[in-house]
Write a protein that binds this ligand. Structure first.
Ligand code: ADP
Ligand code: MG
Length: 273
């Protein structure tokens, strides 16, 4: 069983591999099981700052769990995750669990934004209120400053005129664009998208993809789980194919889509295209 240990200084968390690579996100030997089921198996990933990574793979491959680990919504059973060269909160070393203080974990978590399939807006708040809530609560900025920033973000996602609309008054595509603005409001180092268009009617997909595409060219580090392979080809710098909890293949969009080395990748692409 793991022994919890408080580590007194931040220096104790210096992980040798973070120093050299400059990776925005790094997963080293990450494993995760739910009960008897292994969901992630020895996953290694290094994502460059400013890069766009698209994660593909069949349902149940472990894609959402991987995103949730980067965002510290789940905890790895083995290995560790760093964001911006800093541990996301804990590290297991054999049987020893090193854990950061709660406040520090919360601070680091705010550096990773996440956009979910189901929008997850607060239904009783307007678009503007949804966006300013976290910056005020987490970053402690003034309401006036938060509102000014929120209006800029709404403009960026093409919804300048919807500041006072409630989620129920917006289409799914508009709600998802508000959710993206809300994630951006915390100025995350890394933004994660978990099938951001899967819950949308087909005619609303492209407006959300365009917003993500604009972000992709703006230098934010993005990790996107999607089945929209045409989109993936356009925006991705790096494509990662997962199956049964493992990264089975990764490379440039050209390499992966045109010349998959694994039969399972070829089969998946043929089924999804
Ligand atoms: P994907 O996003 O690629 O479809 P997931 O990461 O959601 O895959 O799930 C991988 C596997 O882990 C699935 O078999 C799923 O049922 C299981 N799983 C995910 N979350 C949990 C959980 N909280 N408890 C138990 N099993 C889970
Ligand atoms: Mg999923």
């Amino acid at each position: 069983a793991a022994t919890a240990a408080r580590v007194p200084s931040r220096a104790a968390f210096a992980v040798p591999i973070e120093a050299g690579t400059g990776a925005a996100v790094s997963l080293q030997g990450v494993g995760k099981a739910f009960g008897e089921q292994t969901v992630l198996d020895d996953v290694h990933l290094e994502l460059r700052a400013g890069s766009v990574t698209v994660l593909i793979g069949p349902s149940g491959a472990g894609k959402s769990t991987l995103l949730r680990l980067i965002n510290h919504l789940e905890r790895a059973d083995s290995g560790f995750v760093t964001v911006g060269g800093q541990l996301i909160g804990y590290r297991r070393d054999g049987d020893t669990l090193y854990e950061l203080p709660e406040g520090e974990i919360r601070r680091r978590r705010a550096e990773v934004g996440m956009v979910f399939q189901g929008f997850n807006l607060f239904p009783h708040m307007t678009a503007l209120e949804n966006i300013i809530e976290a910056p005020i609560a987490v970053r402690g900025i003034s309401r006036a400053q938060a509102e000014q920033q929120a209006r800029t973000l709404l403009e960026r996602v093409g919804l300048a005129d919807k500041a006072d609309a409630f989620p129920r008054q917006l289409s799914g595509g508009q709600q998802q664009r508000v959710a993206i603005a809300r994630a951006l409001a915390l100025q995350p180092k890394v933004l994660l998208f978990d099938e951001p268009t899967s819950a949308l009617d087909p005619e609303l997909v492209s407006e959300v993809l365009s917003v993500i595409e604009e972000l992709a060219s703006s230098g934010t580090t993005l990790v996107i789980v999607t089945h929209e392979l045409g989109f993936a080809r356009r925006v991705a710098d790096h494509v990662v194919m997962m199956d049964q909890g493992r990264v089975i293949e990764q490379g440039t969009p050209d390499a992966l889509f045109e010349h998959p080395r694994q039969q399972r990748t070829a089969d998946f692409l043929a089924k999804t295209l």
